[in-house]
Design a protein around this ligand. Structure first.
Ligand code: MN
Length: 128
């Protein structure tokens, strides 16, 4: 058995955060959480992570600015970051990818699709 994947969920909305955490724990993932960008940077620098789910709209430092910082740090640059966004239009997708995200998942969180989407990103990661 391989170890469960470790996923950091960065989300300032408590209801979204709890929903994401519940769905990921049901899948058997090891889940960590952060509600702000600085908290996410601190945890990412300290913990071994397989994936980061990053809310784009965070108070203060937004999720794309946090992602940019993660990609500038040699210790965290290889952790895939997937944006969580309520506004995934064409221009937004380009902006998300330009900031170093591997992709995005649209909000509101769909309880059936969300765990499948996360699994696909983790599988991509593990293939290298
Ligand atoms: Mn938010």
């Amino acid at each position: 058995m391989t170890e469960p994947a470790r996923v950091l969920v960065v989300e300032d909305n408590v209801m979204n955060l709890e929903l994401a955490v519940d769905l990921l724990k049901l899948k058997g993932y090891d889940v960590l959480t952060a509600k702000t960008g600085p908290e996410a940077l601190e945890i990412s620098d300290r913990e071994r992570l397989d994936l980061i789910l990053m809310d784009v709209q965070l108070p203060g430092m937004d999720g794309l600015a946090v992602t940019k910082k993660l990609k500038e740090n040699p210790k965290t640059r290889n952790i895939p970051v997937v944006a969580l966004t309520a506004h995934a239009m064409k221009g937004d997708e380009e902006r998300i990818l330009r900031h170093g995200c591997s992709g995005y998942i649209s909000k509101p969180i769909n309880t059936r699709e969300f765990p499948k989407a996360v699994e696909r990103f983790i599988e991509q990661t593990r293939k290298g």
